[in-house]
Design a protein around this ligand. Structure first.
Ligand code: SF4
Length: 393
């Protein structure tokens, strides 16, 4: 059983409402009801955390986000908010009160690609201008987040270069399927093309002078392994020292499972009772046997710290190589890339290794009341009306 006094790594999903229309995530079609979303009272019950990610939906849709952040800073050493960057004024206003906060804005490529994938009018310019403004204000922990897929892989390195010029963090991900994304059909089609772009990025990161970027290179190496459907490079210990909490107060191991896995509910339980419950233990057993092999920063970053010798050894080998070679990393270090190139495995076989399931019935994890809203209106209509009402006020 995890130790009681250990600080944890937590992700707080403050809302399932979202104003973007991303092609790889259907969450915007399944919003939570505002009056059911996690309250300050529930947030006060969370344990001490060394890192907290605030995410959504789009977290800045919540007009009380400042109160949530204020409360979370009482129990968390570091907070990073993942956002689409649309609500510039709200983000800037929050950053004025919390200049130490981390902000990651999802940008899915250069302007045309980003706007096509995210479906936000003027999304690229809004995100970019928000990041620039935060930088001018002196915020240090700001950066881009990009979900790499067939449609935007060619923009990976150019976008990294932009973030580099701006002195910003550059976080990557790839396509995943889960109840959280309300999606089961995400899949990479042209794996070698996507992997080649990751390879270029990895070599740039390895050539840099920043140890943080060398470890990012390892993370991106893991993404190549992931898109070829191979077992994770590091064990997954979600639910042991890491958790997610959803807008309904349900505590879960992660956001990568096919259906929502619930360890307990923080609206009705206190933290120790929940964390040490038989239900939580059952979920931990499931995590031990989980075969989804996802590679998202939320589950990989704690594992990279815990099993540091593995990425550490990889970084050391490739840094030494980078002293003698222009291209210290090759995607063909992954045996599976060679097997595919050499025709020893087919695309169909690789597709079967992924979590893509065209026939899946997706459980979106909504409460009954949130689901009931969708009888007469679409999720998009509900959220658009909600935002219009906020603007009127
Ligand atoms: S591999 Fe880990 S993070 Fe991914 S779904 Fe399984 S338990 Fe969750």
């Amino acid at each position: 059983m995890p130790s009681k006094d250990k600080k944890l790594n937590g992700t707080v999903i403050v809302t399932y409402r979202c104003n973007a229309r991303c092609s790889m995530c259907n969450r915007y079609k399944a919003p939570s009801k505002p009056d059911e979303e996690i309250s300050i009272e529930t947030i006060k019950k969370l344990p001490k955390m060394y890192f907290t990610n605030i995410t959504g939906g789009e977290p800045f849709i919540r007009t009380d986000l400042k109160d949530i952040v204020r409360e979370l800073y009482k129990i968390s050493d570091r907070i990073v908010i993942s956002t689409n960057g649309f609500f510039t004024d709200r983000i800037v206003d929050l950053a004025k009160e919390f200049p130490q906060i981390g902000i990651r804005i999802s940008i899915e490529g250069l302007e045309a690609t980003n706007n096509a994938i995210r479906g936000l009018p003027d999304g690229y310019q809004k995100g970019y201008q928000t990041l620039k403004k935060l930088r001018e204000m002196g915020l240090k922990d700001v950066g881009f987040g990009m979900t790499v897929q067939d449609r935007n892989a060619a923009d990976l390195v150019p976008l990294y270069d932009i973030s580099n010029e701006m002195g910003m963090e550059f976080a990557t991900a790839s396509l995943h399927n889960s109840f959280y994304f309300v999606e089961a059909k995400n899949i990479i089609h042209d794996r070698p093309m996507v992997a080649e772009n990751f390879e270029k990025l990895i070599n740039k990161l390895l050539k840099s002078k920043s140890p943080k970027k060398w470890f990012r290179a390892y993370f991106n190496h893991g993404l190549i392994n992931y898109i070829y459907g191979q077992p994770r490079l590091l064990p997954c210990d979600m639910s042991f020292d890491t958790f997610f909490i959803d807008p309904y107060g349900d505590v879960m191991p992660c956001n990568g499972t096919r259906d929502k896995e619930v360890m307990g509910n923080l609206n009705t339980q206190d933290w120790d009772e929940l964390w040490n419950s038989p239900e939580a233990e059952k979920v931990r057993q499931k995590v031990r046997h989980c075969d989804r092999q996802c590679w998202m920063i939320g589950s990989v970053s704690p594992a990279m710290h815990k099993y540091i010798w593995k990425p550490g050894w990889w970084v050391l080998r490739h840094k030494i190589k980078s002293l003698f070679s222009k291209k210290p990393y090759s995607m063909y270090e992954n045996k599976i890339c060679c097997a595919y190139r050499d025709g020893k495995i087919t695309k169909e076989q690789l597709d079967k290794c992924s979590t893509c399931d065209y026939h899946a019935r997706i459980n979106n994890g909504l409460s009954e009341a949130s689901q009931a809203q969708l009888v007469n209106k679409t999720g998009e209509e509900i959220v658009d009306e909600d935002i219009a009402e906020q603007m009127r006020k």
